[in-house]
Design a protein around this ligand. Structure first.
Ligand code: SAM
Length: 302
């Protein structure tokens, strides 16, 4: 693991999250209650309506920091393996967290930004999609089922916490598109950041194997990596801040998430929570440790 220390990383995280916090606080004040937030679940098996801005806000505040670091560990492996320009397709890209991870890894390694060509697909147009000056990055608002084939130069296919969010029809269409593509790179990386809960993890792994099989069985790639294995941190309680210097979430974000139930305007008015499950459903710590990391990677070569 490499250590960086440039304040830009910290600034990027606060600049991304503080407007989200402000927006969510206004929404909660306008609604006068937090009931709608209680039913938003990001646990494996639940697919929330990401087109709602409050859903995006809550997701970003809880997960952005942790996923940014996790995707950096993935791109670290990608960049060690591929020395050439990288042409990424991020499938289910959301706000572009993995683009930010790639940007910081490239900067860390003092690689020219010009090597990056990143294309993110998502059904939803997330507000405040991440961009960086001087970076070739494009977002496309459409289902991955609409991809007919991948361009020959594509050499990184990433599923950032998305592989099991696609319905079966979409996933099968994607397999067809991968099958009919003509990949010309000698080296290709396919990676997926999986869910930690065992039921979702199993589905993530099964789907990843199907994707890997297209490359090994149809496109003549081979790999030392095993498609049913995933990477995790040996010391799961390691704080991201001790791995990536400059990583920190703004105090205001941590405090807000930890104490969300107590900030509910209805609770403040009544002096008590409306329901017994309010505390459990609302107040959560954001990800600050490498605990939930489970990612799969196939470094493929011809
Ligand atoms: C858990 S979110 C992950 C977002 C982002 N990659 C991240 O790491 O924060 C899953 C994303 O997959 C997207 N998604 C679900 N089905 C999709 C489809 N058929 N085509 C494209 N994106 C899809 C959702 O809109 C959502 O943004």
């Amino acid at each position: 693991m490499t250590i960086i220390s440039f304040p830009e990383f910290l600034t990027h995280i606060s600049d991304t999250l503080l407007p989200r916090l402000e927006h969510l606080q206004v929404e909660i004040a306008d609604a006068g209650k937090c009931c709608d937030l209680k039913s938003i679940s990001f646990e494996g098996g639940h697919v929330p309506d990401y087109s709602l801005e409050v859903v995006q806000d809550l997701y970003m505040l809880r997960y952005y920091g942790g996923y940014l670091c996790e995707y950096r560990t993935i791109y670290e492996e990608v960049l060690k393996f591929l020395k050439t320009p990288i042409h990424v397709r991020s499938l289910g890209a959301g706000s572009g967290v993995d683009l930010a991870a790639l940007y910081f890894e490239v900067r860390e390694r003092r690689i020219p930004l010009g090597i990056i060509n990143w294309y993110g697909y998502d059904l939803v147009k997330w507000s405040n999609r991440i961009t960086f000056p001087g970076l070739s990055a494009r977002y496309r608002e459409c289902s991955v089922a609409k991809i007919d084939h991948f361009s020959p130069e594509v050499n990184v296919i990433l599923f950032p916490k998305s592989i099991s969010e696609f319905d079966d029809e979409t996933f099968n269409a994607l397999l067809v598109a991968l099958h009919k593509s003509r990949f010309k790179s000698e080296k290709v990386v396919v990676a997926s950041s999986a869910r930690a809960q065992s039921r979702s993890l199993n589905l993530d792994i099964r789907r990843f194997q199907q994707v890997a099989d297209v490359f090994t069985e149809h496109h003549d790639y081979r790999s030392e990596d095993e498609s049913d294995k995933f990477w995790r941190f040996r010391h799961e309680n390691t704080a991201w801040a001790s791995i990536y210097a400059g990583f920190s979430l703004p105090d205001a974000v941590v405090e807000f998430l930890k104490n969300l139930a107590e900030r509910c305007p209805s609770r403040i008015r009544k002096g008590r929570p409306c329901m017994d499950d309010c505390d459990l459903a609302l107040s959560r710590w954001p990800i600050l440790k490498a605990k939930a990391v489970r990612y799969q990677i196939m470094r493929l070569e011809r």
